[in-house]
Design a protein around this ligand. Structure first.
Ligand code: HEC
Ligand code: HEC
Ligand code: HEC
Ligand code: HEC
Ligand code: HEC
Ligand code: HEC
Length: 497
């Protein structure tokens, strides 16, 4: 896990490809001791540029991507290395994108799981991290053993995960190896502040969608899968990640078979091993097979359900009645989700495009806004619902309330700006948008709003500035290119609008 991230130069995989949907040609290469991603397109709207890749993420067992910075904001490269097929291609979810997505923010959670010693982004920003991005490559000792101060002051007395109570012990691996359908940070808490030995559920509640697991039991994390195994159901806390994995090293391929067999037989017994399929010593080849589409970085590649006969379980059981989706806490013993967990969980799923989640979220919002009057995310989400239902005045009040709690909340500022602009409060709208755009200059729609409004006010210079800023972060955005072109080539461009 030490190789999970580091400086780009240490782990360069040079290559190039042309993405068929966008016709952008990408090249990843080294020049003069630096690593670059260049992009160009000749056909249609031409495009040309490059970014210096600073860090890599992913050991490359399954895949790798790189991070770059633009004006202090850090982004994930739009391209990924796929180890199984040994090729470069678009980052997952952008395979059919017609435009180059150069403005994908490197999220806090991404860095929290893949690096050590990173500092949270500047207040109100999502990805303006202090440099250097992280102080230690990959997963350092402290991530599992606690802060090094404790280590150096009381010599030889590091926190040993094996000696913790089961929930605390499991939490150490869980902080990075579980995502659930959604992970809800608890009020005032950030998962990146979690320290080994603490109670992880004070920081985050993991929710899983009941139907997701039933529909595709394989596309889950190792944690969720193992929880379904008869081995764990029957042995309880005695079976956990480090029963089979040494977090300090992975077995070489030559010792792999003996290594895992010994782990199985520690419970199932040598006698059982002698008589059961003795000609095939690799227990995992039958009971923990590799899953076919294991190129997906964030689902299990090895079936941790440890089934008796995995081949009999390929297709999901047909539903007789279509079940109503439910959100449950994982692990189940953590108890039921709170109302806040539920409303934020449905909200996140609705934003991810799950239509059925919208109704659930809508049902819970009014009550939740009463129950959590100081939760900007809930207030802002409720405001957005009200906005869609054209209850403009109420939406405004809710956005204002959200901004009182969290003055730097970007979504609330942007949407309140829209409402203010519609009702003629132009100055307030511009001020809200400008503040938000300063904190998130890669959010092109905010810059476009500013440009439009400035132009309507006859301020072409201000409009141009905003458009140039949009294109700095998102060069493949023809609406901005076109608008800027008009402004630069017409004598009184904004007067015509
Ligand atoms: C909740 C923690 C978590 C988050 C958030 C997360 N990852 Fe991962 N990532 C993992 C773990 C754990 C693996 C190891 C694979 C597995 O789970 O089987 C992994 C695997 C990968 C791999 C494949 C590495 C290999 O094994 O070759 C890449 C590439 C990757 N992640 C990139 C990212 C990027 C980029 C982001 C942010 C946009 C991100 N991940 C967010 C935990 C996380
Ligand atoms: C991914 C998590 C993880 C990382 C990273 C990690 N360890 Fe560990 N370490 C563990 C776990 C879990 C155990 C307990 C293993 C067991 O006995 O089941 C352990 C046990 C140990 C022990 C034995 C402790 C004792 O009191 O007997 C030492 C020493 C140790 N680790 C040192 C290190 C050092 C040094 C590093 C950094 C180079 C490191 N570990 C990185 C998870 C980790
Ligand atoms: C700080 C986040 C973090 C913690 C804590 C963590 N892991 Fe990981 N783990 C990762 C990431 C990221 C990868 C993927 C590394 C890659 O391939 O790029 C990974 C990979 C692995 C792998 C795949 C093989 C390998 O070594 O790359 C195993 C097995 C694993 N982790 C087990 C554990 C266990 C067991 C624990 C708890 C003792 C644990 N991890 C704790 C982030 C973490
Ligand atoms: C911590 C102990 C433990 C470990 C380690 C363990 N198992 Fe199990 N496993 C059990 C228990 C307990 C059962 C319940 C049946 C029994 O008592 O044999 C079980 C049941 C099973 C079953 C039957 C599943 C079913 O559907 O009925 C299979 C197959 C199995 N284990 C395979 C494995 C393999 C393969 C490994 C190693 C990769 C392994 N187990 C490691 C404890 C363990
Ligand atoms: C019964 C043994 C066993 C247990 C328990 C177990 N694993 Fe694994 N795990 C394996 C085997 C076997 C592999 C495949 C290793 C290989 O092919 O080299 C694997 C692979 C992995 C990998 C690499 C990606 C993949 O899916 O192949 C990760 C990450 C991982 N395990 C995490 C975990 C975590 C986290 C836990 C605890 C929730 C856990 N494992 C519990 C046996 C186990
Ligand atoms: C060639 C494939 C294969 C290998 C290798 C294999 N198994 Fe199995 N195993 C099966 C099948 C098929 C079954 C179900 C039919 C049966 O009971 O024989 C099974 C059943 C089991 C059961 C349930 C037994 C019961 O009475 O219900 C356990 C436990 C188990 N295996 C553990 C292991 C362990 C541990 C290893 C390695 C020492 C191993 N298996 C190796 C194919 C395999």
């Amino acid at each position: 896990m030490a190789g999970a991230s580091g400086a780009a130069l240490q782990a360069l995989i040079p290559g190039d490809f042309t993405h068929s949907a966008s016709l952008v040609h990408y090249r990843i290469y080294q020049d003069n001791g630096k690593v670059w991603l260049s992009f160009d397109r000749e056909a249609g709207e031409s495009l040309e540029g490059k970014r210096e890749l600073l860090y890599f993420v992913g050991s490359g067992q399954r895949g790798r991507t790189y991070l770059f910075s633009e004006d202090g904001y850090t982004f994930e490269a739009p391209v990924n290395w796929y180890a199984q097929n040994k090729l470069w291609d678009m980052t997952p979810a952008y395979g059919s994108a017609k435009r180059m997505p150069l403005n994908l923010p490197a999220s806090v959670s991404c860095l929290d799981c893949h690096t050590s010693g990173f500092h949270p982004p500047a207040p109100g920003t999502e990805n303006k991290y202090p440099a250097p991005l992280f102080s230690q490559q990959g997963i350092s000792c402290e991530r599992c053993h606690g802060p090094s101060e404790a280590h150096t002051t009381s010599k030889g007395n590091i926190l040993n995960p094996a000696k913790l109570a089961p929930a605390q012990r499991d939490a150490i691996c869980m902080q990075c190896h579980l995502e659930g359908s959604v992970a809800i940070e608890q009020p005032g808490k950030h998962i990146y502040d979690f320290k080994p030995g603490e109670d992880l559920s004070a920081y985050v509640h993991y929710l899983v969608l009941s139907t997701e697991r039933q529909a595709n039991p394989r596309a889950v994390s190792q944690f969720e899968a193992l929880a379904q195994s008869v081995c764990e159901l029957k042995s309880g806390d005695a079976l956990h990640c480090t029963t089979c994995h040494d977090p300090h090293r992975s077995p070489e391929s030559s010792e792999r078979e003996d290594y895992y067999r010994a782990k199985c037989l520690a419970c199932h017994g040598e006698r059982f091993g002698k008589k059961h399929n003795s000609k095939h010593p690799d227990c995992t080849s039958c009971h923990m097979p590799k899953l076919v589409s294991s190129d997906v970085a964030h689902t299990q590649a090895t079936d941790h359900r440890i089934l008796k006969q995995p081949s009999l379980n390929i297709s999901p059981a047909p539903f007789t009645v279509v079940p109503k989706p439910r959100l449950e806490r994982f692990p189940l013993r953590a108890g039921p989700p709170t109302d806040r967990d539920l409303v934020l969980g449905w909200l996140a799923l609705a934003e991810a495009g799950k239509d059925f989640a919208t109704a659930e979220e809508e049902k819970l919002l009014p009550q939740a806004a009463k129950e959590y009057p100081l939760d900007a995310t809930i207030l802002s989400a409720y405001a957005y619902r009200e906005l869609l239902h054209k209850r403009t005045q109420h939406a405004k009040e809710l956005y204002d309330a959200a901004l009182r709690v969290e003055p730097l909340n970007i979504d609330a500022a942007v949407n309140l700006g829209v409402l203010e602009a519609q009702s003629g409060s132009i100055e307030r709208a511009l001020a809200l948008w400008k503040g938000a755009f300063q904190r998130a200059p890669w959010r092109s729609s905010i810059g476009m709003n500013i440009a439009e409004l400035s132009c309507n006010l006859g301020n072409a210079e201000e409009a141009k500035l905003a458009l140039r800023r949009v294109l700095q972060f998102n060069p493949d955005f023809p609406e901005a290119t076109l608008f800027l072109h008009q402004l630069e080539n017409q004598a009184t461009p904004c007067a015509l609008r």
